[in-house]
Design a protein around this ligand. Structure first.
Ligand code: FES
Length: 151
């Protein structure tokens, strides 16, 4: 990480690039990296922690091998995302925001995916699926390749 950070100017406005580089290296942002980045861009650990936890694309913990994201933006929420979350929590055996103990799967929320016309939306390993229902959602937990997107 030290070698990577050397390519980033040691300035406060370089915090996000430094955090993104860190995540590219480790797949998430470990505690020790928060300290190293803070020292590099001359900010406090708390300031860096605040930013690292504020952006949904930044992860402070390792993600599962599969990542299921439920859009909880307003459009999806009013279209029933709460019931999708409940169905997926039940099917996956983890709560929203958690990774399974075996590291197989992460279930988390995502802000609006900008396809509100097909709400509610679920993202599976980077692929968006629309018009998800509480009945269709559990299939995402079992076999992502077997699930097709909505119109
Ligand atoms: S609110 Fe879910 S796609 Fe916009």
């Amino acid at each position: 990480l030290g070698q990577l950070l050397a390519a980033v100017p040691p300035e406060r406005n370089q915090l996000l690039p430094a955090l993104h580089l860190t995540q590219e290296l480790f797949g998430y942002i470990p505690d020790r990296a928060v300290e190293l980045v803070a020292a590099h861009v001359r900010m406090t650990v708390n300031e860096v922690e605040g930013v690292a936890t504020a952006y949904p694309e930044l992860h402070r913990h390792p993600l599962g091998r599969r990542v299921i994201r439920v859009c909880t933006g307003l459009g999806c929420w009013t279209a029933g995302a709460e019931r999708i979350v409940a169905a997926l929590e039940n099917a996956c055996g983890v709560r929203l925001g958690q990774t399974s103990d075996d590291g197989a799967l992460t279930l988390e929320a995502t802000p609006c995916c900008f396809v509100c016309g097909v709400a509610p939306v679920v993202e599976i390993d980077g692929v968006l699926h629309g018009r998800v229902t509480p009945e269709s959602a559990p299939a995402f937990a079992a076999a992502p390749a077997a699930v097709t997107g909505g119109g």
